[in-house]
Design a protein around this ligand. Structure first.
Ligand code: 6PG
Length: 471
């Protein structure tokens, strides 16, 4: 093959980049790869065999091997490395070339890169790719955003390499600007909350004495019902994984401090800015941070007297826990999608929520049977403000809420922290409250800061000289 014929370029030949290249090549796209690390270049060239793909360790040979206008994908760590790669690429590119960032970049960085590169006639697109290593190799969910014309040039390739659900590709245009990375951030925030909810259920079950074998059986059974999802499936599998010795289970050897790369926290930060209430997601982010305070927790556990979880049995029905998880999953998707709609309106992305839930049905980490019903809801009523308002979802939640309340009560009674479950209930109850005690907050603000308040009996803005005897 001549060195000017490759349809696509990939920079970053780590596991994700390499797998995506092989996936593209399976679908008959010709791909050139580039990586600074010669070992990665050699590894891909060894895997290439007779495939029309080639990896280079010289960046200008790489860019010269691509058909023009070029389409170059990046799978490098988010942050300054993306800018460093762009800086290196810039002098080698010509107008109309497209750079596609497939990493988990912050949407604000993506928007800046779009603006800067557009001044030189270059297109920059932010694309969310979900599904981990296996997804990248055999079909991820892909969330592209940015210039529509540039998107149309890559759409056939994205359709071909993405996961399919009943023949429908798990990829579609998400919207303008940084919409692709924004949608991926929301995906990850939901991912954090679902993982936290499953972990809270595990905590209750473990505390109630369920063995790993029983946990495997419970999650396997739940995964056959309404909770069917990738995260339930891997959870069931985790409980039957022995450690290297074969004598013990690996889960019991893993340190209880959760790490994070930041996408969940970004969602919480932007939720505060938009603003949008996403309590279950905030709680999940916060709980990861709290889990990382291992030394402090161990010290506190030794110093606090009184009842602790191990002294108090948690009394609950397994079926109630399944129902609580079902409700909490719906409420989590409701929070994430409501925030996405609000963000799309304020950033003018033009995101279609039905399209988002359609492409999340396969390939990605939060794929779940529940997304079928959610897609139908937003297909039918694209303007729906909140998933919980859909009549069918509302009925489902009404029937599940007593179980969730009883589960949270069991947790509180047994000193087992269930922050995401509790947040879901508080969100549900607050959202359905015609009255909240925010009048008192307004009165307090006006009292100490003359911040004014509105009244229920007449229009306008008011300030009161409250009891000034208080110093
Ligand atoms: C995906 C995942 C992935 C993410 C990891 C780790 O959709 O494939 O969301 O993009 O990087 O899940 O994320 P944390 O390190 O933040 O947990």
């Amino acid at each position: 093959m001549s060195e000017t014929q490759y349809n696509f370029g990939m920079i970053g030949l780590g596991t994700m980049g390499c797998n995506l290249v092989l996936n593209m090549s399976d679908k008959n796209f010709t791909v050139a790869g580039y990586d600074k690390d010669p070992a990665k270049v050699d590894a891909l060239n060894n895997l290439a065999g007779s495939r029309p793909l080639k990896a280079f360790s010289d960046i200008s040979t790489f860019t010269n091997s691509l058909s023009t206008p070029r389409v170059i994908m990046l799978l490098v760590p988010a942050g300054p490395i993306v800018d460093a790669v762009i800086k290196e690429l810039r002098p080698l590119l010509t107008a109309e070339d497209v750079i596609i960032d497939c990493g988990n970049s912050h949407f604000i960085d993506t928007q800046l890169r779009i603006d800067n590169l557009s001044k030189e006639g270059l297109h920059f697109m932010g694309i969310g790719v979900s599904g981990g290593e296996t997804g990248a190799r055999f079909g991820p969910s892909i969330m592209p955003g940015g210039d529509k014309a540039a998107y149309q040039r890559i759409a056939p390739m994205l359709d071909a390499i993405s996961a399919k659900v009943e023949g429908v590709p798990c990829t579609a245009y998400m919207g303008t600007g940084a919409a692709g990375h924004y949608v991926k951030m929301v995906h990850n925030g939901i991912e954090y909350a679902l993982m936290q909810l499953i972990s809270e259920a595990y905590h209750l079950l473990k505390h109630a004495g369920r063995s790993n074998k029983e946990l495997h059986d419970i999650f396997t059974r739940w995964n056959k019902g309404v909770l069917r999802s990738f995260l339930m499936e891997i959870t069931a599998a985790i409980f039957e994984q022995p450690d290297e010795s074969g004598a013990e289970m690996l889960i019991d050897k893993i340190k209880d401090t959760a790490h994070q790369k930041g996408t969940g926290a970004w969602m919480s930060q932007d939720a505060m800015k938009i603003p949008a209430p996403i309590a279950a997601i905030d709680a999940a982010v916060s709980q990861r941070i709290l889990s990382s305070l291992k030394e402090e927790r161990v010290a506190a556990a030794g110093s606090i007297s009184g009842a602790t979880a191990k002294d108090m049995p948690a009394r609950f029905e397994e079926s109630a826990l399944e129902n609580a998880l079902h409700a909490a999953f719906i409420i989590t998707y409701a929070q994430g999608l409501a925030m996405l709609q609000k963000a799309s309106d304020s950033y003018k992305y033009g995101v279609n929520i039905a399209t988002v839930s359609t492409i999340w049905r396969g390939g990605c980490i939060i794929r779940a049977g529940l997304l079928e019903g959610i897609t139908e809801v937003f297909d039918k009523d694209p303007g729906l403000t909140n998933l919980m308002l859909d009549p069918a979802q509302k009925n489902t939640l009404e029937s599940l809420l007593p179980a969730m309340r009883s589960i949270v009560q069991s947790g509180i009674g047994a000193a087992i922290p269930l922050p995401s479950f509790s947040s879901c209930i508080h969100y549900y109850d607050s959202y359905h409250s015609a009255w909240l005690p925010a009048n008192l907050v307004q009165a307090q603000r006006d009292f100490f800061g003359a911040h004014t308040y509105e009244r229920t009996d007449k229009p306008g803005t008011f300030h009161t000289n409250w009891n000034e005897t208080i110093q």
